[in-house]
Design a protein around this ligand. Structure first.
Ligand SMILES: Cc1cc2nc3c(=O)[nH]c(=O)nc-3n(C[C@H](O)[C@H](O)[C@H](O)COP(=O)(O)O)c2cc1C
Length: 340
């Protein structure tokens, strides 16, 4: 069985664009979009990672020894932890991957399932870029979530029809992809969505609807008005707006505003179980992790994904133990300090 270090070396050998840096922090790949990096100066990706380091944990170990339970309810499916793989599409163009998209997707989906987690899957401009993740979703409807781009409404509805036919537990939309350079270059009609548009989409979905790409209280309010079941606080890994605030910086105020009216997930720069713990303490229900999961799929296929997922779960549980939290509900604001 390969180690994580060996899988990382293999990932580096299997990618010609992504440099597989020791710390995946957006420094080397500043501006590489298409590519693995952040848009423009790359500051948004870099900030996502660096601001997470500005949150520290409070150690608390004097309590009656007990088992730690990190299990998480995702719309009726029990996961081993509130951790999910973020949707990442087009690994050939973005990473220069020698592993093809289908193999990568299979590794991601089955690796997450093996570890007791789920994977969000992306969508793209051409039919193949939708069909490949859809085929995996058909195979694993309970363990994957399709993330549809904010196309013009008719196109959204026809794609949702195909997704729903798979027996989906939930459907997501990355509304911030309306600003994605790559899609614009391909001349595909994506569009910004109003609360009224979102409501129509939610009504059409008939399953829990997750809005990915919320960074302000105003957009959270729009998502609530539309009847969304969850939002993902996300700036698309820093790929849609340069000089954007980091996701961890806006999380707490959004969670306070939402006040449990819908679920709040977050992504952007999360790399370890400790990072996940920080978001939970600031009010998030769950965390999505993007680039590292795709590296593991490219470097170690299903085994690599499961190994990384298990490491994340163990790290989260270790943080829970060392802060006196036996369940996710015990993870509170007082468990962390925010230095920004
Ligand atoms: C190469 C690449 C491709 C991506 N493709 C998609 C996509 O198809 N759909 C989507 O919603 N987000 C996409 N994202 C954004 C991720 O889902 C996620 O928001 C982001 O990567 C989280 O940050 P992290 O990678 O630092 O964990 C992509 C990100 C990268 C780096």
């Amino acid at each position: 069985m390969a180690t994580l270090e060996e899988i990382k070396i293999s990932a580096k050998n299997n990618m010609s664009i992504c440099k597989m840096c020791k710390s995946c922090n957006g420094e080397t790949c500043r501006g590489w979009t298409p590519g693995p990096g952040g848009k423009g100066t790359g500051s948004s990706f870099v900030r996502n990672v660096s601001m997470l380091k500005q949150v520290t944990l409070n150690m608390k170990v004097l309590y009656e020894d007990n088992d730690v339970d990190s299990s998480f309810d995702f719309f009726g499916s029990m996961l081993r932890a509130p951790i999910m793989a973020a949707p990442i599409a087009n690994v050939k163009i973005n990473y220069g991957s020698t592993v093809d998209e289908k193999t990568y997707l299979q590794a991601l989906g089955h690796g997450c399932k093996e570890a007791g987690l789920i994977a969000f899957l992306g969508d793209g401009a051409n039919r193949e870029a939708f069909e490949m993740p859809l085929n995996l979703h058909k195979e694993l409807p309970n363990d994957t979530v399709m993330t549809i781009k904010p196309w013009l409404l008719d196109h959204v509805f026809s794609k949702f029809e195909e997704v729903k036919a798979c027996g989906s537990k939930a459907i997501a939309m990355d509304v911030d992809a309306a600003g994605l350079t790559l899609l614009k270059q391909m001349g595909v009609p994506v569009a910004y969505k109003s609360a009224a548009d979102l409501r129509k989409i939610k009504e059409f979905a008939q399953v829990p609807f997750i809005v990915k790409g919320v960074m302000t209280i105003e957009d959270a309010q729009n998502a609530i008005e539309a009847g969304a079941d969850a939002i993902i606080v996300s700036n698309h890994g820093g790929r849609v707006l340069d000089d954007c605030v980091s996701t961890i910086e806006v999380l707490e105020s959004i969670c306070t505003f939402v006040s449990k009216r819908m679920k709040v997930y977050i992504d952007g720069g999360f790399r370890s179980g400790a990072d996940v713990f920080k978001a939970l303490a600031l009010g998030a229900d769950a965390v999505l992790i993007g680039r590292p999961f795709s590296h593991m799929a490219i470097g170690g296929q299903q085994e690599g994904v499961a190994l990384y997922a298990n490491q994340l779960i163990e790290q989260l549980k270790e943080c829970m133990r060392m802060t006196g939290c036996m369940t996710l509900d015990d993870i509170r604001r007082t468990c962390v300090n925010v230095h920004f």
